[in-house]
Design a protein around this ligand. Structure first.
Ligand SMILES: Cc1cc2nc3c(=O)[nH]c(=O)nc-3n(C[C@H](O)[C@H](O)[C@H](O)COP(=O)(O)OP(=O)(O)OC[C@H]3O[C@@H](n4cnc5c(N)ncnc54)[C@H](O)[C@@H]3O)c2cc1C
Length: 453
């Protein structure tokens, strides 16, 4: 059984791992020179690692961690202290620290001790968010018709906690505001956050996601006989008379024959390559319901440390939503002696919401970022900025807006030899590395069940 997979992000790589292990002949085609998709990392001319985006592994990412173990990368990430850290003006920090108790007491006691919420915030949150903590999947799905802001206000939770606490979470999860994101993913996260201590721990890759995860995945797939081609852009599918795929055609005209074809492309690309006859199926037409979230990642190299925080940070009222000093959190890469790093901070910052940044010159964006950095990290005012980079992704993960969840497609399509994988396909996580990993597992299991090896 020969399977051709298009797209070497986490979804395509995960599907390849599963299929080579089941004895399939696997060929993986990636349009870029670098693997990993939204998790990709490459070196610039100075030898510095440039990330598509700062990436965190959550304790609840069981499937992703399973793959990291299988490919020999279980020691390539490290857990950080279990708290949400908010960078405040003038270098202050506020914390939501989980207490050392079983859930939900860890969260209740931690929440009550939090200094950046008022007593009214805390009481209204406890009362207002209860249905989320007690809810199940059916309840979460039933709330998908409204935005998170609507849900929050309807539950009587305070406006201050919405802006202070949950706005940062919405921006971190999906790069969109709470009055845009659906209530469903947010309250699903509350459930995890409020009831499962382990699920909400987070870890950083010791080097970067490329070296610590994508490279071991590549090596593993190739060691099992899988073949990976880069600079290999899928152009189109040509069909048999029964509308199954006859073969795929790459941009350079090369024809790819296989028994089964998996698209592990981002949803905005899949929409462009779906052959016209397939649009007779609602399954394929539904893909047009998805829009990508714009996001940008900024990296700043300083000549000295501007923070000593070894963890993810959030902030409100800044151009960046989540960020970290990767010279501290990812010590095996962004440290003294590597490229531009000279012992100073290397800030990696996710800029969101980012729609207004997509056409802005990078120098202007860097200036805006630096203003906020000076405000949140006063030590940076004495530091010299050695270098900055910006990566813009106009269409990253799909926008989890109200009523879009129901359009997430199953991995099995109505076309007998064509399958979908990707973080946007139907699995129980939002678009994320775990969602992509789950989609890769599901597509391989379903394909294998249908065809065998
Ligand atoms: C800034 C940022 C920060 C993030 N932070 C986190 C985080 O902390 N934790 C987390 O879990 N998730 C995070 N995510 C989300 C996570 O990166 C994605 O959900 C996940 O990586 C998506 O994987 P995927 O394989 O579904 O898609 P992709 O990564 O988009 O992979 C698709 C692949 O298809 C390739 N491709 C496209 N067109 C073609 C073509 N025509 N032919 C061949 N190949 C093609 C692409 O180059 C790409 O390699 C973040 C995302 C961004 C952008």
């Amino acid at each position: 059984m020969k399977t051709a997979i298009f797209g070497a992000g986490v979804a395509g790589l995960s599907a390849a791992i599963e299929l080579v292990e089941r004895g399939h002949t696997v060929e993986l085609y990636e349009k870029r020179k670098v693997l990993g998709g939204k998790v990709s990392v490459w070196k610039d001319n100075d030898g510095d690692s440039i990330e598509s985006g700062l990436h965190i592994v959550f304790g609840g990412y069981a499937q992703l961690q399973n793959y990291l173990k299988r490919v020999g990368a279980a020691d390539n990430y490290s857990w950080k202290a279990h708290s949400l850290i908010y960078a405040e003006p003038d270098g202050k920090q506020s914390f939501f620290k989980k207490a050392n108790l079983p859930s939900p007491w860890a969260e209740v006691v931690g929440g009550l001790q939090t200094d950046f919420l008022t007593m009214w915030d805390k009481i209204s949150l406890l009362k207002g968010l209860y249905p989320a903590l007690a809810g199940n999947e059916a309840y979460f799905r039933s709330q998908d018709h409204m935005t998170y802001s609507e849900w929050h206000r309807k539950r009587g939770a305070s406006e201050h906690s919405l802006q202070k606490l949950w706005r940062a979470i919405a921006l971190a999860m999906n790069f969109i505001e709470p009055n845009v994101i659906s209530a469903r993913p947010m309250i699903t996260i509350f459930k995890y956050f409020g009831t499962d201590y382990e699920a909400t721990k987070f870890a950083f890759f010791k080097k970067n996601p490329g070296d610590s995860m994508i490279e071991p995945m590549r090596q593993y797939i190739q060691s099992k006989g899988g073949r990976i081609f880069v600079d290999a852009k899928l152009n189109r599918f040509e069909l048999n008379s029964d509308e199954t795929v006859k073969h795929a055609v790459l941009q350079d005209g090369q024809i790819i024959e296989a028994d089964a074809f998996i698209s592990a492309l981002p949803v905005h690309t899949v929409k462009k390559i779906i052959p016209r006859p397939w649009l007779a199926h609602k399954y394929f037409r539904n893909l047009h319901e998805f829009q990508g979230s714009p996001v940008a990642n900024c990296q700043l190299w300083f000549d000295r440390k501007i923070t000593d925080t070894d963890n993810l940070m959030f902030s409100q009222g800044t151009i960046f939503a989540t960020f970290a000093d990767v010279s501290i959190t990812c010590p095996d890469d962004f440290q003294k002696g590597n490229g531009t790093a000279n012992g100073g901070s290397v800030m990696s910052l996710v800029l969101a919401p980012a729609h207004q940044l997509m056409d802005m010159p990078n120098e202007v964006i860097t200036e805006l970022v630096m203003n906020d950095i000076h405000d949140r990290f006063p030590a940076s005012r004495q530091a010299k900025l050695l270098k900055s980079t910006i990566v813009k992704i106009p269409q990253s993960v799909y926008k989890a807006v109200p009523d879009v969840d129901k359009f997430r497609p199953d991995q099995i399509s109505p076309v007998k030899n064509f399958f979908l994988a990707g973080d946007y396909t139907d699995q129980h996580y939002l678009a994320s590395m775990e969602g992509a990993a789950l989609s890769g597992k599901l597509v391989a299991e379903k394909l294998h069940a249908k065809f065998g090896s």
